[in-house]
Design a protein around this ligand. Structure first.
Ligand code: AMP
Ligand code: MG
Length: 305
């Protein structure tokens, strides 16, 4: 691993980028509150966290005779929180110790923040429609506050039109080959949804469609080649289905026992998603690399302040 990057490296972020990012955070939080959501405090350590669909280095803390994991995503805590409140969100810090090959992707940090939201009894359509409105509201606010500056930074900036196009994963795969996400993102001038992702491509907690092959989930993809903005979907919430899906994915049931016990008692059906704040800022400000979208950015394979 590279030796510690200089402190200046972590501070190499434009003041204007931070102001725009701050405005995005504020706009989206206010929008969700107006829609009846409450902000919950993030969970940073827990014995359970997202197994993810790709491998990262584990980040665990031994504590007495137990073990905490640093949060990779708050998915399970969001599901459990649905027992208490029907609409929640959190600006959730995630630690994913991504491998060094992702260093120059322009899209990966090992510490990032998701606006993570979840709605009880909701469908995928509910979440897509909410996110479209939330982004449009945030972009309109940016336009009002930073119009000229924003266009200087990003000549392509525009408030998107709704509804965003919906592209079926398997149809796109057939038409454009395995690199379809990047191809479509580069061609697009508006954000679009990628829907019906195949079961093998996602974690066990995204709900399986009645067709048994694809999931009731979606990714939001930015245009101009900026790639994935968000992932989400309807959730599995029934014990038997969750066990079946975990076994199918080869997930470790023992390490998830506390979650599984709660699922057995019953958790509400829900749908939600997570939007990476740094990637959103990168897209809005037209930045080459996501490392320029926040202070103290940590890229894969580096040690940074
Ligand atoms: P996921 O559920 O894994 O798709 O993560 C949710 C969102 O968080 C993604 O759509 C991205 O916007 C963001 N995200 C995920 N991994 C990273 C990363 N390594 N660096 C920056 N943002 C990320
Ligand atoms: Mg994703």
């Amino acid at each position: 691993m590279d030796k510690l990057k200089s402190v200046e490296e972590g501070l190499k972020v434009k003041k204007e980028v931070l102001e725009i990012s701050s405005e995005l955070i504020s706009s989206m939080g206010q929008f969700l509150r107006r829609k009846g959501f409450i902000e919950i405090l993030p969970v940073i350590i827990s014995p359970i966290t997202d197994p993810l669909n790709h491998s990262v280095f584990e980040a665990n803390i031994e504590y007495y005779d137990g073990r905490y994991s640093l949060t990779k995503s708050m998915i399970f805590h969001k599901q459990l929180a649905m027992r208490i409140h029907p609409k929640i969100f959190s600006f959730s810090p995630n630690i994913r110790l991504e491998t060094e090959d992702k260093k120059d992707s322009g899209r990966h940090l090992i510490e990032f923040t998701q606006l993570d939201l979840e709605m009880r009894e909701a469908t995928r359509d509910d979440v897509m429609s909410l996110v479209e409105k939330m982004l449009i509201n945030a972009f309109e606010n940016l336009e009002e506050k930073f119009g000229t500056l924003l266009r200087e930074m990003n000549p392509y900036f525009s408030v998107p039109e709704t509804p965003f196009e919906r592209v079926k994963y398997l149809e796109a795969l057939e038409k454009y080959g395995s690199d379809f996400e990047s191809v479509l993102s580069k061609r697009a001038t508006q954000p679009f949804w990628l829907i019906d992702i195949p079961i093998d491509d996602r974690e066990f907690y995204d709900k399986l469609d009645s067709n048994g092959k694809t999931l009731r989930d979606m990714d939001l993809i930015y245009p101009y080649g900026f790639g994935e903005a968000s992932s989400g979907g309807e959730r599995e919430y029934e014990y038997e289905n969750i066990i079946r899906r975990m076994k199918y994915k080869g997930n470790d049931l023992e390490s998830m026992k506390w979650y599984l016990e709660e699922v057995k008692k019953g958790i509400p059906p829900s749908a939600g998603c997570g939007i990476g704040i740094e990637r959103l800022t990168r897209f809005v400000c037209n930045l080459e690399d996501v490392k320029s979208a926040r202070l103290f950015a940590k890229r894969p394979g580096e040690l940074s302040i």
